[in-house]
Design a binder for this molecule. Structure first.
Ligand code: ATP
Length: 319
């Protein structure tokens, strides 16, 4: 380990599982004190990336360094706290006993009362973990990752399945810990979670980094619109070439298709420009609907192009 090495350095990493390439030539450098959101749909490769950083798995190609050291080396991992997607707690141990058990592994652990207070669990100290709600268990699991006062915290979907209150307590605890100087990486497929936490967002899709930018710019990037319209006869060959259009999909939800007409959905980064172009080119269309795309649709349109388009501010049309 070296004093100046970044908390996380991933260089040209590829990781396969049989025929599946979970990560394909991925590079990522995280600087001290950053709070990074890893955003991407199911199966994008987020968990695999974290498992390489925690040293649970090794890459097939490329290198991974944690504070300059090999994450497989136990010395590198003493600076690292992590909570995987699923955790098991010993049902019959009390909350305070579980915290004390983990604290016993560290020379200067965070005091038990502080851990419990940060995660809103002070009143639960005497309760067996088996009697906690799902949200309380999850808060305890994330709290345990901080007991050793790690400089780097890696959390895989920390609030999936939690109610709003539990989610907000957890987010606040993470923001506070980050405020104390820690580097934090959080994976999620919820844009809301990433918006609440991250300053920098890395979008992962199909094993590749699709975007790596500030939260504001990534929000612009995924703020695409879905334009659905019915085209008359003589459909133009290349709707994809229209300005502002990123993707073209045949709509399958057209109510009662009319013979000779096609219902089409365009995924557009700039719906206004696309509509103007349709009109200027005298494309015969009817029943135009424009609405915000879901995050999944935005990911798909990013994934379907090798180079993501430059972020553009998208004016509000209709939602
Ligand atoms: N142990 C494994 N054996 C086989 N395939 C795997 C294994 N782990 C991951 N994969 C595959 O690698 C790809 C990436 O999976 P990964 O779990 O990293 O994605 P993810 O972005 O974390 O998804 P999710 O949001 O669902 O957790 C997927 O296609 C997955 O099926």
């Amino acid at each position: 380990m070296t004093a100046t090495a970044p908390p996380v350095l991933v260089e040209h990493v590829t990781r396969r599982f049989g025929a599946v390439t979970a990560l394909d030539d991925v590079s990522l450098r995280v600087e001290p004190g950053e709070l990074v959101g890893l955003l991407g749909p199911n199966g994008a490769g987020k968990t695999t990336l974290l498992s390489l950083v925690t040293g649970l798995r090794t890459p097939d190609a490329g290198t991974v360094r944690v504070f300059g050291g090999n994450p497989r080396d136990p010395a590198s991992r003493t600076s690292l706290g992590t909570t995987p997607q699923e955790t098991g707690l010993p049902d019959t141990l009390k909350v305070r006993e579980v915290v004390d058990f983990v604290a016993g592994h560290f020379a200067q652990p965070m005091p038990r009362d502080e851990v419990l207070a940060r995660f809103g669990l002070t009143d639960m100290a005497e309760r067996q973990t088996g009697a906690l709600s799902g949200g309380q268990k999850r808060r305890l699991a994330v709290g345990l990752s901080l007991v050793g006062r790690p400089r780097l915290v890696l959390l895989d979907e920390p609030t999936t399945g939690l109610d709003v209150e539990a989610r907000h307590i957890l987010w606040q605890a993470l923001r506070d810990y980050h405020g104390d100087g820690a580097t934090v990486i959080v994976t999620s497929h919820y844009l809301e979670e990433i918006e609440a936490l991250a300053e920098r967002v890395v979008v992962v899709g199909e094993g590749r980094v699709l975007a790596d930018d500030t939260l504001a710019r990534v929000l612009d990037l995924v703020a695409v619109r879905r334009m659905t319209l019915t085209l008359g006869a003589g459909r133009p060959a290349d709707l994809l070439a229209l300005p502002g259009v990123q993707d073209v999909v045949e709509a399958t939800d057209a109510p009662g298709p009319v013979p000779g007409r096609t219902r089409v959905t365009l995924v557009a980064s700039d719906a206004d420009a696309a509509v103007r172009a349709l009109v200027e080119r005298a494309v015969p269309f009817t029943d135009l609907e424009v609405r915000g795309a879901s995050l999944e649709e935005a990911f798909l349109s990013l994934t379907s192009h090798d180079a993501p388009p430059a972020p553009t501010a998208v004016p509000e049309v209709t939602r």
